[in-house]
Design a binder for this molecule. Structure first.
Ligand code: UD1
Length: 421
């Protein structure tokens, strides 16, 4: 993508209408990696058109899989997996490429990839992933910035206790364990809906897994998985971002193709601020916000089912025009307030200290030139710009495009004045 692209937003338009939510990036990536384990052609529906998903498809091609997209359906033929190396360029492009480690190791007994290193959210170590795989019999060599992982006699099951319910580590252990010899238990496992989605896919492929969505997951290894057809769950963070966008513009919106049950960590926060939110069967959410919102009680980001760290930035943007003082405590990542300096350019009154962010609500924001420094922080800038008086220009779209499928088309369809130039 051309990095000079920008979004131009004329703020102050109420969002009104119906908006469909695309499939979850954070589910699609581990599902694409899981396809490596299935001997044949996997079909994934509702797979979002995002640069991170493209990067995952390029990794699959490097591994020898055939990967094709038609609309929102991606087909992966993993009948022949000939490679075991993830090139440095692709690791750098997408840190979550690490989720290929467990699957490639399980399928080929070997995986070589460059160390993911730090990223825009902070250090993001992978010690939990590596120590779990070592407990399952992998030998891991770290040299010259590369990780060489081998399981010559194959992986074996183990009882693994995570010191933190890491989403990526839980996924990697699941992917490694489904074809390992014997039983694996994951204690203090992550409970995110994306973990449940991955498990449902693996079970369709013939894996034996119990307890997904709970803190202890039991896996009985099976020698071989067969491909299946599966639909990616809706993106709860994209849904939450669009709710924030509607709320900050005092709009009235219906989201379709979403799963309100996955959003219990933040819908109550919207309600506590004064938004009216109704959830319906059939994957619909209605939000209406007629008057100025008020600041919510202190918000702490937590592992699922708590308030998601990924929606913290759009909510700080929303709170920038709420009446009163909002306090956010970021407990998951140490460097997740990078959007704050840009919100200040838009007229917000926000201060951070360490892991705490204090937002003093102002009556109006004003359009400005701002730059996204990471994915969800970028989404927060869109939310704020939609409410700001005058014109805003947002650059750094390469971050936003990692997780939001053409946000300008989606928001324009509900009345926003937004275009990409
Ligand atoms: C996933 C999501 C990301 C989300 C995050 C937390 C994907 C592709 N990304 O990221 O959008 O923000 O969950 O909900 O699904 N940690 C360690 N050692 C490890 C692994 C993690 O110390 O080996 C720490 C991290 O530095 C971080 C915390 O644990 O502080 C949470 O990380 P984790 O749950 O692993 O997040 P990701 O899987 O990277």
């Amino acid at each position: 993508m051309d990095n000079r692209q920008k979004l131009i937003i004329n703020g102050g338009r109420r969002l009104e209408g119906e908006l469909s939510v695309h499939g979850a990036k954070n589910s699609a990536l581990p599902l694409l990696s899981a396809a490596v384990l299935a001997h044949g052609e996997t079909v994934l529906h509702n797979c979002p058109c995002l640069t991170d998903v493209d990067a995952a498809c390029r990794i699959l091609s490097k591994l020898g899989c055939r990967c094709q997209r038609s609309g929102s359906t991606v087909t992966v033929d993993a009948a022949n997996v000939t490679g075991f190396e993830i090139p440095d360029t692709l690791m750098r492009e997408m840190r979550s490429s690490i989720v290929f480690l467990g699957a490639v190791l399980g399928r080929t007994g070997h995986c070589r990839l460059s160390f993911p290193g730090g990223c825009e959210l902070g250090a993001r170590p992978i010690d939990l992933h590596l120590s779990a795989l070592e407990q399952m019999g992998a030998e891991i060599l770290e040299e010259h910035g590369y990780l060489d992982c081998t399981a010559t006699g194959g992986l074996h099951g183990a009882k693994i206790t995570l010191s933190f319910p890491s989403v990526g580590a839980t996924e990697n252990i699941l992917l490694a364990a489904v074809t390992a010899k014997g039983y694996t238990e994951i204690h203090n496992a992550a409970r995110e809906p994306e973990i449940v989605d991955l498990t449902e896919f693996l079970v369709k492929c013939g894996a034996k897994i119990r307890g997904a969505g709970e803190s202890v997951i039991f896996i009985e290894g099976t020698p071989r998985l067969e491909p299946c057809e599966h639909s990616v769950i809706p993106d709860r963070i994209v849904a939450g971002t669009y709710l924030c966008a509607a709320a900050i513009t005092h709009g009235e919106i219906i989201l379709t193709h979403c799963d309100p049950a996955h959003m219990n960590g933040f819908i109550p926060v919207l309600e506590s601020m004064g938004a009216r939110v109704y959830t319906y069967g059939g994957g619909k959410i209605y939000l209406s916000c007629k008057k100025r919102l008020s600041a919510p009680p202190t918000v702490r980001t937590m592992p699922y089912p708590g308030f998601p760290t990924d929606i913290q930035a759009p909510f700080t943007a929303l709170c920038s025009t709420a009446e009163g003082t909002s306090v956010f405590v970021e407990t998951i990542f140490e460097n997740r307030f990078r959007h704050v300096s840009e919100l200040v350019r838009l007229g917000a009154s926000v201060k951070t200290e360490g892991r705490v962010c204090v937002v003093q609500g102002v009556k109006t924001l004003s359009g400005a030139k701002v730059c996204a420094a990471e994915l969800r922080g970028g989404a927060a800038l869109i939310v704020a710009a939609l409410a700001a008086e005058g014109t805003s220009e947002i650059t750094g779209l390469e971050y936003i495009d990692r997780g939001y499928e053409s946000p300008e088309t989606a928001l324009r369809s509900v009345g926003a004045d937004i275009k990409r130039a």
